[in-house]
Design a protein around this ligand. Structure first.
Ligand SMILES: [Fe+2]
Length: 277
């Protein structure tokens, strides 16, 4: 990690859930932070690698018994192997995450800079339900943000540990590998579940979490409807991007060398089967 970057780490209690927040920045607040959450001895996600020493210190103090991982992205999986080795605890994930993390995979320069590379690790495939203390965690496969993306519903309290399914109600960009049709289907399947608290990995919502996810679905459906309407009028993909672009993705697009940008979001909606809306 370049020495001019500053590390940020803090813990915060959300009722009976303890959050660890990690991120890096230049001056002032970090560019982007990621939360992992500890409840009933279960740590959901593992923080970024650049903050490994702080996270290892925290878990040595708080002593989780197991980990659940939402997906392979570095801001979620960054310390899973290190925590497992330090504490000797199991880590569970979706079979696609297990496969992906078995061997090293390439990441882009901005991912190295922001989070750091996750080492290969042998994870265990999650069960249909994991019971720990007063908690029952049900994994639900929710592809779209990444193909392995999985959320965990804590059924006894109505908490949804949503990884990157939410992020915000009005999304401004997609990564190149995100798929709109899968995201819509995943949001619809999760909205059938019973929960209200949303432990998003970047923006926890202690109330009205389900409504926030519903608002995101509405926003994406309207967005897709607009794109498909312009496509039906004969507008090319390039013309649609130009027509709708508010340039709100400028910083992210520049930082990620176009891996995350508004044009990816338009392309995914433009090429999607219409029946997915
Ligand atoms: Fe992600």
């Amino acid at each position: 990690m370049p020495p001019i970057l500053k590390k940020h780490f803090h813990k915060k209690q959300f009722g009976d859930v303890l959050g660890y927040n990690s991120g890096i920045g230049l001056i002032g607040p970090p560019l982007m932070t990621a939360w992992c959450y500890l409840i009933d001895g279960v740590l959901i996600d593992s923080g970024i690698r650049h903050l490994r020493s702080a996270i290892l210190e925290a878990v040595r103090e708080d002593k989780p018994d197991a980990m659940l991982i939402t997906h392979h992205h570095e801001d979620h999986s960054g310390n899973v192997g290190a925590i497992r080795n330090a504490l000797g605890i199991p880590a569970f994930a979706h079979p696609l995450t297990v496969d992906k993390m078995r061997a090293p995979f390439k990441i882009r320069p901005y991912q190295h800079l922001m989070w750091g590379q996750t080492e290969p690790v042998a994870l265990a495939v999650h069960a249909s339900v994991h019971e720990f203390g007063k908690s029952r965690f049900r994994p639900i496969h929710t592809p779209g943000h990444s193909q392995d993306h999985t959320v965990y519903l804590e059924e006894n309290r109505g908490y949804l540990f949503s990884g990157d399914l939410f992020l915000g109600e009005r999304i401004k960009f997609f990564r190149a590998d995100e798929t709109m049709g899968d995201q819509l289907a995943s949001l619809k399947s999760v909205l059938r579940l019973d929960f209200d608290v949303l432990f998003c990995a970047h923006r926890p919502l202690m109330q009205n979490g389900k409504q926030a996810l519903r608002n995101k679905l509405d926003f994406l459906e309207n967005f897709c409807g607009t794109i498909q309407g312009l496509k039906d009028q004969g507008m090319s993909l390039k013309a649609v991007v130009r027509h709708l672009d508010r340039h709100e993705d400028r910083l992210v697009k520049w930082l990620t060398l176009k891996n995350a940008c508004f044009a990816n979001m338009v392309r995914s909606a433009y090429t999607m089967e219409q029946r997915a809306i």
